[in-house]
Write a protein of this length. Structure first.
Length: 224
């Protein structure tokens, strides 16, 4: 594929981002089915919640030239989302790249592949998600192949520049801001009600009675 370099997406909606930080990300899983990355794509470095704007990058298996270029363009709140074309042998992201992102205030990085220099990455503390680690790295071949801010695929999820990236110790959600905003109020309400539900469980009340599952099964004729 030829080079495809596009403009950076619209700025991050900081008000929406701050509201998303208040919700338990698995609660969003009660209302959404799409946007959840392959569960094997896990956090390798960093801690806490990741909320940011996707800056999409596509590279070849061995050439990280486009990624080096993109690392100089990101800013606060940005998350590099890197499509390596399915490569699971080479690490395009290591100590130098992560420091370059951190120096510009980026929020994190997601690699649909591998990373390296894990001890240094953990020392920097920038949230990094990948499928694993390896000492085999990409090179600067300067191939006329790759993209910036064009649609990519990461963890089995289609990603557009400007989508929101949500990450914690459970994994990653990448989705358009509007889709997340549509379910956010309900998810926040659920989180607010959960402590009372847990308290009732410890008082001996059956979960199925509290959630209505038992009554639903009765209505389905499962029992009298």
């Amino acid at each position: 594929m030829p080079l495809d370099i596009r403009d950076l997406p619209a700025p991050l909606d900081t008000a929406l981002a701050e509201r998303l930080r208040t919700v338990d990300f698995p609660t969003l899983g009660h209302y959404l089915e799409e946007g959840f990355c392959d569960p094997a794509l896990q956090r390798m470095a960093g801690s806490g919640k990741l909320v940011g704007r996707a800056v999409t990058v596509r590279t070849t298996a061995t050439d990280s030239t486009m990624l080096h270029h993109a690392a100089g363009l990101v800013g606060p709140g940005d998350v590099i989302v890197l499509d390596t074309g399915g490569d699971r042998r080479h690490a395009p992201l290591g100590e130098v790249l992560v420091n370059a992102l951190a120096a510009r205030g980026a929020a994190g990085a997601v690699v649909d592949g591998l990373c390296t220099d894990i001890d240094a990455l953990r020392e920097v503390g920038l949230p990094v998600y990948a499928f694993g680690r390896t000492p085999l790295t990409t090179k600067l071949h300067g191939l006329a192949d790759g993209s910036l801010c064009a649609p990519v695929t990461c963890g089995g999820v289609p990603v557009h520049a400007g989508d929101l990236v949500l990450g914690d110790a459970n994994g990653l959600i990448i989705a358009p801001a509007g889709r997340l905003a549509a379910v956010l109020d309900e998810a926040i309400e659920d989180d607010a009600e959960e402590p009372a539900l847990v308290a009732e469980l410890h008082q001996g009340k059956p979960l199925g009675s509290l959630t209505g599952a038992t009554e639903t099964l009765r209505g389905l004729g499962a029992f009298a």
